[in-house]
Design a binder for this molecule. Structure first.
Ligand SMILES: CCCCCCCCCCCC(=O)SCCNC(=O)CCNC(=O)[C@H](O)C(C)(C)COP(=O)(O)OP(=O)(O)OC[C@H]1O[C@@H](n2cnc3c(N)ncnc32)[C@H](O)[C@@H]1OP(=O)(O)O
Length: 223
């Protein structure tokens, strides 16, 4: 179902909200590399059984690195502009916990446009563990919230989640490619009714319905 009600050019630009925007291609390769190394570091720290000397040395090294990086920090709310393979433009917060380009704690979940909506694949390690060997239920909800919020933004206009209902159908495994899909069901004024699904090995493990409320753009008749 096609529900695109606005051309890309008419969709709100975060600059209209006074937010800084970084183009995805302008993120330095060195920062991307650092984010990936720290992503692996979080997993290593969460699982290490190294001896006390090694742990103490690591803590000291990381403390020094943190001080060095904190010398220059981004403005809170900084957005990243992504050009999807479909030709659509997507905006997201650059430190978004699910998909943020510069967030080492993000899996990250990268979504691309399909004829039905959005689709992405992500594999989660023990950092996202709830029950033994399984993904935490809150993270399952986070993946679905991101997927439904993004499809609403890409196919209609950016909004906030007013309501998210998650049905956990089967345990969602760690270390397994998860297929995340989302689509728009219908639009009623500012209300966008959306849905999403997670599959592992082709089987549905969780599904969600949600209500997104489109945000008003400052300086427009609607906002
Ligand atoms: C581009 C750069 C920026 C881009 C920014 C993009 C960010 C992407 C975020 C990703 C997703 C998230 O995690 S968002 C984070 C989690 N969500 C939040 O923090 C949202 C907190 N809630 C709110 O701020 C607010 O409640 C809103 C904005 C959702 C709605 O407030 P509002 O704008 O005043 O609208 P309101 O008049 O209350 O409601 C509008 C209509 O929706 C209905 N409605 C409202 N809430 C509900 C509900 N829970 N369940 C059923 N229906 C509801 C109302 O009855 C009404 O229907 P009718 O009378 O018209 O029929």
């Amino acid at each position: 179902m096609t529900v695109n009600t606005q051309s890309v050019a008419e969709r709100p630009d975060p600059r209209a909200f006074g937010l800084p925007v970084v183009e995805q291609a302008q993120i330095p390769a060195e920062l991307r590399s650092l984010v990936a190394r720290v992503h692996d570091l979080i997993d290593a720290v969460a699982n290490t059984e190294a001896d006390a000397d090694t742990l103490a040395e690591a803590a000291s090294t990381v403390e020094g690195l943190t001080d060095g990086l904190n010398v220059a920090r981004r403005q809170i709310g900084t957005m990243v502009q992504r050009d999807l393979q479909s030709g659509d433009t997507e905006f997201g917060t650059i430190t978004n916990i699910v998909a943020g380009d510069t967030n080492p704690a993000a899996p990250p979940l990268l979504l691309e446009r399909t004829p039905e909506g959005l689709r992405g694949e992500v594999t989660l390690n023990t950092v996202y563990q709830g029950p033994p060997g399984l993904v935490h239920g809150g993270w399952i909800a986070a993946l679905l919230d991101q997927a439904v919020g993004s499809v609403s933004a890409v196919e209609t206009a950016p909004g906030l989640t007013a309501n998210l209902n998650v049905d956990y159908r089967r345990p969602t495994p760690l270390f397994t490619p998860l297929e995340v899909t989302s689509w728009v069901e219908r639009v009623e004024g500012r209300k966008v009714f959306v849905a999403g699904r997670i599959r592992a090995h082709g089987e549905v493990t969780a599904e969600a319905t949600a209500l997104m409320i489109q945000v008003s753009v400052p300086g427009t008749q609607e906002g």
